[in-house]
Design a protein around this ligand. Structure first.
Ligand code: SAH
Ligand code: SF4
Length: 381
């Protein structure tokens, strides 16, 4: 799909949630309720041509043609896995032309009872978790609201036109769940991520319930406290290690927000959360964090936090230096947690043949961090 590059002198209406859009219309001398109509056209019906918005006065449509646009980012490549998982490589260079060669990835995972879209929040990530392909690339920039919500917009458009989905009535949702688990740490792009999630929840836009939008964080404690007030959605926390010594090493942000503080933040979050548990994600790294002793330590660490566990077999990428835990070790680890009464899922690897599995998302990142050690990442484009 080829689209013209965004003209940056125009206001991109995909950058606004409904209250911000109402303010914009008031600024144009229009009634604030226009915002609701516009949200429906843009997000519910996926229309980005003002001329098609028939219930909006022609004079206003003409005004909008001149000064605004509805401009999602551009799809560079769409890949479909044997298991139905889809991955879009999305160009995010249309931010004034300062950057070259930046792209992000968005993944759709169909299951029997739901369709989950995994959305990116940044180009790269500054937090440098050692087992994460995105983290190895360093950080380039935050995504704008239109680039974040644009991933949902594009995926919806693309799926609606795809075989198997094209016959579905418009009222039927293809994407029922969103997880902020793609490239980047969503809580270090706080304002843009919260605005984009407000659009996901808005009944005039995508109307997803808070329980069906999950934010995954490596544990930015002050931002978790803000999120519970501003936009409490389901929470997943990337724990990955049951003690500070190991977590300091593999999730370096732990040095700033150690496990005890992180657990206290989870307890506070649950007071306002739409679900009564936190999901702890735990990547299974062979010989690193997957022993019987680690499982027992983990039980002790989480004892005050109502939670579920999601064990993620490590998804390898070139030169990672890690291996996936042996299936027998994953089973033993899982059984220890289950015997203690916890719900544990072992994440099925989806879309491996198109490098769409967790932590394999690479895109292309023009690294703005000054890394002393650069590790080559397999190109996906
Ligand atoms: N930055 C956020 C969200 C994006 S990562 C976070 O860290 O939570 C989404 C999940 O994939 C996280 O739990 C992350 O730790 C995990 N992950 C990263 N690299 C992985 C890999 N190579 N294999 C399996 N899971 C990985
Ligand atoms: Fe960033 Fe999450 Fe990867 Fe860590 S796991 S480097 S926080 S994207």
């Amino acid at each position: 799909m080829l689209r013209l590059r965004s003209n940056t002198s125009l206001v991109n209406l995909l950058d606004y949630n409904q209250p911000q859009l109402a303010e914009y219309f008031v600024g144009l001398g229009e009634k604030p309720f226009r915002a609701k109509q516009m949200m429906r056209w843009m997000h519910h019906f996926g229309v980005n041509d003002f001329a098609q918005m028939t219930d909006i006065a022609k004079s206003l449509r003409e005004k909008l043609q001149i000064e605004a646009e509805i401009s999602p980012p551009t799809v560079q490549l769409e890949q479909v896995s044997d298991d139905g998982t889809r991955k879009w490589l999305i160009d995010v260079n249309n931010n004034g032309g300062a950057d070259t060669a930046n792209s992000i990835e968005t993944v759709f995972i169909p299951e029997d009872d739901r369709g989950t879209l995994c959305i990116s929040s940044q180009v790269g990530c500054a937090l440098a978790c050692t087992f994460c392909s995105t983290g190895r690339q360093g950080f380039n920039r935050n995504l704008s609201v239109s680039e974040i919500i644009g991933q949902l917009w594009l995926a919806n458009q693309s799926l609606r036109k795809s075989d198997g989905y094209d016959m579905l009535p418009a009222s039927e949702r293809i994407i029922s769940n969103v997880v902020m688990m793609g490239m980047g740490e969503p809580l270090t792009n706080y304002d843009n991520v919260v605005t984009a999630m407000q659009i996901m929840l808005d009944d005039s836009a995508y109307g997803l319930s808070r329980r069906r939008v999950t934010l995954s964080t490596s544990g930015i404690v002050p931002a978790m406290d803000r999120l519970k007030e501003d936009c409490p959605v389901a929470l997943a926390v990337s724990l990955h290690a049951p003690n500070d010594a190991l977590r300091d090493e593999i999730v370096p942000i732990n040095k700033k927000y150690p496990i005890k503080e992180l657990m206290a933040a989870c307890e506070r979050y649950l007071v306002k959360a739409p679900r009564d548990f936190v999901t702890f994600e735990y990547v299974m790294l062979d010989g690193v964090n997957d022993t019987v002793e680690h499982a027992h330590q983990l039980l002790d660490v989480v004892k005050n936090v109502p939670c579920k566990f999601n064990l993620i077999p490590f998804n390898p990428f070139p030169n990672s230096g890690y291996e996936t835990s042996k299936p027998s070790h994953i089973r033993v680890f899982r059984d220890i947690l289950m015997q203690a009464g916890y719900v544990v899922t072992v994440r099925k690897t989806r879309g491996e043949d198109i490098d769409a599995a967790c932590g394999q998302l690479a895109g292309k990142v023009l690294d703005k961090t000054k890394r002393s050690m650069k590790i080559p990442i397999k190109a996906v484009a």
